[in-house]
Design a protein around this ligand. Structure first.
Ligand SMILES: [Mn+2]
Length: 357
């Protein structure tokens, strides 16, 4: 337990809590839990992010307290006048998006609370553990070290949501007996039930997003003797199904659910390039693969972005270097099958590129 982080939380009055761009359940759950806890101690708290809350988390109690940064004088003043800025569930300045500049410029003490690998080193204090299941687990530890009795239903719901979402509902390799004990303690202290939280997080999809899922499932392609699978999401698919790209969260896990697939990638076409989301089972280190493209993350879940590339080009680039990072057979043995007949414009291109001389 980091004494300096605990005393920073105890001994200051004005806090700003920020998390990463496109915040997820762990990001918002950790932020809201710590924010409500600090408020219960009588402190002033601004919770602020560069991006809005995604559709599947808007139900979370008190998440409406989280502001989206709009560059207003009032917000910038609060960031400037904060005594402590907590940076949660991220470990690199650029993950803050538009908040990066005002946060960096503030004279506040910067505290990192995070579980990603290879944190940057400019923070004034850190509470960071790579083996933690979630940032929510770390926030729980900090809260318990100060005053566990303050965990009410709202704080418990936020913490539970953080842990559930970042562990894939308690299935990832970061899950230990201790994580289950923490979850149990959170449920008891907040007197909350897990089922409604799972329903709210996972059963809020729109019909449009399921149609998009259908299209992306048709694009699944296996290579490297079935060990690697990928799916693609084109802007055309998004347009034609009328779904939002943010509703594709979690699609990549369908690829990972195929028997024999150890590594899954989702390639999403966006305005300025292609987003790559990597997932893996066991020992396959997808964060090193992502880092090759300037991204990062965890060993079993990471992401990267390639600017000014098309889908086919991004797939080719990623698969060409996959053996180097995953200890797989030579790329020439990669046989790409099961390409869908749909979306001929880009899938034909992928097919053409996969036919090696
Ligand atoms: Mn996290």
């Amino acid at each position: 337990m980091s004494v300096s982080v605990l005393s920073l939380l105890r001994d200051n009055q004005r806090f700003v809590l920020c998390t990463h761009q496109r915040p997820d359940g762990d990001a918002l759950g950790s932020q809201v839990a710590l924010g409500l806890f600090l408020e219960s101690l009588g402190k002033e708290v601004l919770m602020i992010n560069s991006d809005p809350t995604p559709y599947n988390l808007v139900w979370m109690p008190s998440v409406d307290r989280v502001q989206v940064f709009d560059g207003s004088v009032d917000q910038i003043k609060q960031i400037q006048q904060a005594e402590v800025i907590a940076l949660m569930d991220l470990n690199a300045l650029d993950r803050l998006g538009r908040l990066a500049a005002p946060v960096r410029a503030s004279g506040a003490t910067k505290v990192l609370i995070d579980h990603h690998t290879g944190p940057e080193t400019w923070f004034d204090a850190t509470y960071s553990r790579e083996s933690a299941s979630s940032t929510g687990e770390l926030v729980y530890e900090l809260i318990v070290a100060i005053d566990a009795d303050r965990i009410d239903a709202h704080i418990a719901t936020a913490l539970y949501t953080a842990i559930v979402t970042d562990t894939g509902s308690f299935r990832f390799s970061t899950v230990t007996p201790e994580v289950h004990r923490i979850a149990a303690d959170i449920l008891e202290r907040g007197d909350i039930k897990p089922a409604p939280i799972h329903t709210a997080v996972y059963d809020a999809r729109s019909m449009e997003s399921l149609r998009l899922l259908g299209r992306s499932l048709e694009s699944i392609t296996l290579c490297f003797e079935g060990k690697v699978g990928y799916m693609v999401l084109s802007q055309r698919m998004v347009r034609e199904t009328n779904a939002g790209l943010d509703e594709a969260e979690g699609f990549v896990n369908y690829v990972l659910s195929i028997e024999g697939v150890e590594v899954a990638v989702l390639f999403s076409e966006v305005e300025s390039g292609v987003k790559m989301s990597y997932r893996s089972k066991g020992e396959y280190p997808v964060n090193e693969w992502a880092r090759h493209f300037g991204g990062g993350g965890h060993r079993n879940a990471s992401g990267a972005f390639v600017r000014n590339k098309g889908l086919a080009e991004a797939v080719d680039m990623a698969m060409a270097v996959a053996p180097r990072f995953l200890g797989l057979p030579d790329p020439d043995l990669a046989d790409t099958e099961e390409l869908s007949e749909e979306d001929a414009s880009y899938l034909d291109l992928l097919r053409a590129q996969s036919e090696r001389p």
